[in-house]
Design a protein around this ligand. Structure first.
Ligand code: KG4
Ligand code: ZN
Length: 356
């Protein structure tokens, strides 16, 4: 341990997409959260270009680690464990982070925890609101995933109650932003445009919400029909030579997403008898989602926990937070041959490595 009586110090590295994130956490305390983003290099393509992201991670890795250490006022030798995103994410991008984490773990002779990115999105809440209640329900909404999770133990026991059958919520925000001629990634731009709009100006479809859908896909989501409905509506206006009311379309689309996400999350809490809901992932930064979730949870007697917006989008602190929890619970570290797994399932919170 770095200092007698202190909780262990964990360095977390995140490179699953376009953010190089390095965080330092001691127990539940956030000490540093350094971020380098390649988002501007992808913006003109309207989506993340994997090769460009991998190269940017390579360039940013060492400087970002140094920045995090300086922010926290610690040395690499003080670190008690290294945590890193092992998956899911872009394979090449993950490999850069994992290779760096292994090198750091070897250099300081400390354990390595290759962790699941999605579980890290849930674990990060502990940095602001203390230990997670067990069990908790989590609504995980990011650019690649939209799931309802039953979290019995964020270091070992996470099960999926439902997931999106097609697009993730964040992906829908990104695609609708493109249709409306807004920037990338779309979520923050759509949110900003929606502030001036009327959410009831247009009624867009709520996916998998009819009684029949609820019988077969009670906890699942679908956003591709919504995305297509928005695109068709906008095309029809343009075809007729009419202006597109961007703010109204953004507000009505956002309302449809938020309505379904919050309704289904509350239903899942009721069905499982779980009294705590945690939001996680980039879309959880959305202020309308946060507000509606708060109102509906209050109404249903559910305690809502939401990390601050900066900790909802990808960052290294969330990986360090989950790593710190792994150490605290005495979990067996990953082996140094732990692979990057671009489609790591949420049921696997920790990468073991090796064949056995
Ligand atoms: O968790 P995240 O940073 O990366 C992934 O793991 O995918 O999530 C990124 C996604 C993007 O699709 C982005 O548009 C969305 O989160 N997002 C938002 C907001 N901020 C980011 N969506 C809606 N409202 C926001 N304020
Ligand atoms: Zn993420």
């Amino acid at each position: 341990m770095s200092r007698a009586g202190d909780q262990p110090l964990v360095l977390g590295i995140e490179t699953s997409c376009d953010e190089t994130g390095v965080g330092l956490v001691r127990g539940h305390t956030l000490l540093a959260d350094a971020l380098a983003s390649s988002v501007e290099e992808h913006a003109r393509f309207g989506g993340v270009v994997p090769e460009v992201a991998s190269r940017a991670h390579l360039q940013a890795m060492v400087p970002t680690v140094h920045r995090a250490l300086a922010q926290a006022g610690v040395r690499l030798a003080d670190v008690d464990a290294i945590a890193v995103t092992a998956g899911p994410g872009l394979a090449g991008a993950l490999m850069v982070g994992l290779a760096a984490a292994k090198a750091y773990a070897l250099a300081v002779d400390k354990p390595l925890f290759g962790v699941n990115h999605l579980a890290a999105h849930v674990a990060v809440d502990q940095l602001e609101h203390g230990a997670l209640p067990e069990p908790a329900l989590a609504l995980l909404v990011s650019g690649g995933h939209s799931s309802l999770l039953l979290v019995r133990d964020v270091t070992a026991e996470v099960t999926e109650l439902g997931r999106t059958l097609d697009d993730a919520a964040g992906e829908a925000f990104d695609k609708v932003a493109r249709v409306l001629g807004l920037g990338f990634p779309g979520g923050p731009y759509v949110e900003r445009a929606a502030r001036q709009g009327d959410p009831e100006a247009i009624v867009f479809p709520r996916g998998l919400s009819t009684p029949r859908d609820l019988a077969t896909h009670r906890h699942d989501f679908s956003f591709s029909g919504l995305k297509t409905a928005v695109a068709r509506w906008v095309e029809a206006r343009r075809r007729d030579g009419q202006d597109v009311p961007v703010a109204d379309v953004a507000a009505a689309f956002q309302e449809a997403v938020v309505d379904v996400l919050t309704r289904k999350a509350v239903t899942a809490c009721r069905d499982t008898g779980v009294g705590h809901l945690v939001l996680g992932g980039g879309v959880a930064a959305n202020s309308r989602l946060r507000a509606v979730a708060q109102a509906r949870c209050e109404e249903a007697g559910i305690v809502l926990r939401v990390p601050s917006p900066r900790l909802c989008t990808d960052n290294g602190a969330m990986v360090a937070a989950l790593g710190a929890q792994m150490l605290a619970r005495g979990r067996e570290p990953s082996r140094l041959d732990a692979p990057a797994d671009s489609s790591m399932p949420i049921t696997q919170v920790l990468a073991a490595g090796g064949a056995g």
